[in-house]
Design a protein around this ligand. Structure first.
Ligand code: GRF
Length: 200
């Protein structure tokens, strides 16, 4: 059985979408735990409600990023995690972490990479006047929003759309796309060759 950990820092709507998809048997895997780095993150309430084990790791307890990540790796190894799903996790992961879970970490980004890397991507694409933006699910490497792309979906920004509408549309699409990417991984359908991910 594939064991999944979800890492999140905020609202957790993607966390919820993935757990819901798993419960509806969209894919077969065990969602072992949620890890957060924010004590008050709303995602923790979602975890409680859904009955998913939730661990808060306090960044203030560690003298640097690598020490934090050592604790993280330790927990993930104890739980025999095969897939780490980043869902709005607002910390940069160290090379130490990435090395330990090479090709087993995925992330979702609300833009068509490599455009609009980093935070506030939806707003930056909107303010830039883009006619099209979208969502990217990708493997994680030690550069931000960079690794091999698994799935992308475009969204047209129509003239009558305001930022709020666009954000809403992107989030709703994320909630379909991300569980689907997890399904592909869980069913071992992804092959990485350099920057290229093939779906078999
Ligand atoms: C999503 O828009 C995702 O693309 C980005 O962070 C946001 C997380 O939202 N990486 P939520 O916490 O899952 O609601």
């Amino acid at each position: 059985m594939m064991n999944i950990a979800i890492l999140a820092s905020g609202n957790g709507s993607n966390f919820q979408a993935i757990v819901t998809a798993q419960r509806k048997r969209l894919f077969i895997a065990d969602i072992k735990l949620l890890i957060t780095d924010k004590e008050t993150a709303f995602v923790r309430h979602r975890a409680k409600k859904l009955g998913v084990k939730d661990i808060f790791i306090n960044p203030e307890k560690f003298k640097n990023r690598e020490e934090f990540d050592k604790e993280l790796v330790e927990i993930l190894k104890q739980e025999k995690i095969n897939l780490v799903v980043l869902a709005g996790f607002m910390r940069i992961l160290s090379p130490y972490f990435i090395k330990n879970f090479k090709d087993r970490i995925i992330n979702i980004h609300p833009a068509i990479l490599p455009a609009f890397k980093g935070v506030n991507a939806i707003k930056r694409a909107f303010d830039y006047g883009c006619k099209v933006t979208g969502i990217t699910v990708h493997f994680v490497e030690d550069k931000i929003d960079h690794g091999p792309i698994i799935l992308q979906e475009t969204i047209t920004i129509t003239p009558e759309m305001d930022l709020e509408k666009l954000e809403d549309k992107i989030h709703r699409r994320e909630h379909k796309l991300y569980p689907f990417a997890v399904k592909l991984f869980a069913e071992k359908k992804l092959r990485i060759k350099g920057r290229n991910v093939t779906i078999i």
